[in-house]
Design a protein around this ligand. Structure first.
Ligand code: CP
Ligand code: NVA
Length: 301
């Protein structure tokens, strides 16, 4: 039996991803109705965090508890990983005990190395290059409010970072068009951009990129690990804020999303993130349901 991992959205087919967002909505309904659904009693999710998290930790841990299983929080500060134990050794040991593993770390190659040495499924819970779990929740949230995202136009405003890269993958996998508006010098990785083909258009003008868009999304200007660049980035990104003017350029039914945490009056104005078009709280909640669907998919292989 081959083990399925979820390191990027490309690890699942379009059909599997579509089924996952549908299942996430069913799990949301079940949870809201107070239905007890515990198919994973005795199963253990090991969660390795080398970067901070609120949503990812709470959603995975809560999801596993709701499923009747258990989640282990492992930070590199408290494990031998932080003292230099080789990643392949760690992967062999953890996967010999846990049923599934989730990792948030820096270099994407670290999750790849872990997966190569793991005897159980591995989930990428954010690397410097990708954040695929967030995208399942984002698509689920769009579809909850507006129906299928296929054929729609999505605009990502901001840094060509992990979120931007996962949006490029999502455009291909879910069949929407992605406009990216980023400052010069902050473009997404050239190879990843190329893999987006005709599904992606790169621009440097926020208003132009937002025109008639069905969904506007953004992310922080300085990601985890880039804190030293905050000041420099505030200058570079000054024209890349999602505000009333930008939302007015989009379709009048357009939604606003942000993976959070957000910095009001930096990448987004308070009027937008706290306004009527914003679905950020549903989006955050859907991390729980989307990842439960993902856990179920990977554990049932
Ligand atoms: N969006 C997201 O992944 O949030 P956390 O960093 O709080 O997990
Ligand atoms: N790009 C951000 C996303 C946080 C969820 C970061 O990597 O810090």
């Amino acid at each position: 039996m081959t083990i399925r991992h979820f390191l990027t959205l490309k690890d699942l087919s379009t059909e599997e991803l579509t089924q996952l967002t549908k299942r996430a909505s069913e799990l949301r309904e079940m949870q809201h109705n107070g239905e007890l659904y515990q198919p994973f009693k005795g199963k253990v999710l090991a969660m390795i965090f080398e970067k901070s998290s609120t949503r990812t930790r709470v959603s995975f841990e809560t999801g596993m508890a709701q499923f009747g299983g258990h989640a282990l929080f492992l930070s590199s500060r408290d494990t031998q990983l932080g003292r230099g134990e080789p990643l392949p050794d760690t992967a062999k040991v953890i996967s010999s005990m846990a049923d599934i593993v989730m990792i948030r770390t820096f270099g994407h190659e670290l999750v790849e190395t872990f997966a190569e040495n793991s005897s159980v499924p591995v989930i990428n819970a954010l690397t410097d290059s990708y954040h695929p779990c967030q995208l399942i929740a984002d698509v689920q949230t769009y579809e909850q409010h507006r129906g299928s995202i296929a054929g729609k136009t999505v605009t990502y405003v901001g840094d060509g970072n992990n979120m931007c890269h996962s949006y490029i993958n999502a455009a291909v996998q879910f069949g929407f068009h992605l406009n990216i508006a980023c400052p010069e010098g902050y473009e997404p990785d050239a190879e990843i951009l190329k893999s987006g083909g005709n599904s992606v258009t790169l621009m440097h003008d926020t208003l132009q990129a937002s025109e008639d868009s069905d969904l506007i999304t953004t992310d922080v200007w300085a990601s985890m690990g880039q804190e030293d660049e905050q000041k420099k980035r505030e200058i570079a990104f000054a024209n890349f804020q999602v505000n009333d003017k930008v939302m007015s350029a989009a379709d009048k039914e357009a939604l606003f999303m942000h993976c959070l945490p957000a910095h009001r009056e930096e990448e987004v104005s308070a009027t937008i993130i706290d306004g009527k078009q914003s679905v950020v709280w549903d989006q955050a909640e859907n991390r729980l349901h989307a990842q439960k669907a993902l856990l179920e998919f990977l554990l049932n292989q």
